[in-house]
Design a protein around this ligand. Structure first.
Ligand code: IPE
Ligand code: IPE
Ligand code: MG
Length: 253
């Protein structure tokens, strides 16, 4: 990065208030294909470049002291893509972790994965299992990858598990509260995201964290994920810190 960029970043960092940091940031990593097309490259080159963005943003989030980062890496709808692209995406966790697992371990980061993981190819499952195992005793930032994840699917799975408990007589319908339902989701033990970032210019949720985003602050940018950098991330956080979160109430009379 050039010196101007570094200067802008350090100026932005100074403006961030440590007390008002989002605890949980969710990111829809979108725009890899369009980035590649703009460069005249195949779509997979965009996915690979997106991995570099990922590294930069994880390092920054960790340095700031954010507790949880959830990253949308593959949706339940992404199986609709051509098989060569799906196959490439399914190999990315292995490729990413080959070089990144060790630095993540050293940063005390806990890797997690959520989604219908059973349906993933063996190579993907193996890489993830290894990363979960290697970081399970860490105590730092939680890095949560959404893989073969769909918000509706997650809600249905929770409903099925709750229905089974009711059928067994272990739970009464009147005991099903918002808190209880939340615990049956993949994110059961995590706070809801405070901030959702979506690059690439799309203004939609694309089946991500449907229940959890109820009161999340949304931040969109037209920048494509491979071009997204620390400066964008810091700007999103600063923007978040200026917002007034009311949760349906009123803050000032
Ligand atoms: C996001 O980039 C990566 C995944 C969905 C896996 P895209 O591949 O969706 O990129 P665009 O939206 O086609 O540019
Ligand atoms: C959302 O991006 C999924 C991920 C980033 C993993 P998509 O590219 O799949 O979303 P749509 O199709 O534009 O809504
Ligand atoms: Mg996309």
């Amino acid at each position: 990065m050039n010196r101007d960029g570094q200067k802008r970043e350090s100026e932005l960092i100074k403006l961030i208030s440590a007390e008002k940091l989002p605890r949980h940031v969710a990111i829809i990593m979108d725009g890899n294909g369009r980035w590649a097309r703009k460069q005249g490259l195949p779509r997979i080159a965009g996915h690979r470049e997106g991995m570099n963005t990922l590294k930069e943003i994880i390092t920054c989030a960790n340095e700031l002291g954010i507790n949880v980062v959830t990253l949308y890496a593959f949706s339940t709808e992404n199986w609709k893509r051509p098989s060569w692209e799906v196959e490439f995406l399914m190999r990315l966790p292995e490729e990413y972790l080959k070089t990144e697992l060790q630095p993540l371990i050293e940063k005390n980061i806990v890797i997690r994965a959520m989604g219908d993981l059973e349906q993933l190819p063996a190579v993907t499952k193996r890489a993830i299992k290894n990363a979960l195992q290697a970081t399970k005793d860490n105590t730092g930032m939680i890095l949560n990858f959404a893989l073969n994840y769909g918000g509706r699917n997650e809600i249905l799975n929770a409903v099925k598990k709750i229905a089974e408990r009711v059928q067994e007589g272990a739970l009464k319908p009147e005991e099903i509260s918002e808190d209880l339902f939340t615990r049956y989701l993949y994110t059961g033990d995590l706070p809801d995201p405070d901030l959702l970032i979506r690059p690439s210019g799309e203004l939609r949720i694309s089946n991500f964290l449907l229940w959890q985003l109820a009161y999340t602050e949304l931040w969109f940018t037209r920048t494509l994920w491979p071009d997204f950098n620390k400066e964008h991330f810091l700007k999103a956080i600063l923007d978040y810190q200026e917002r007034e979160r009311r949760f349906g109430g009123i803050n000032k009379i």
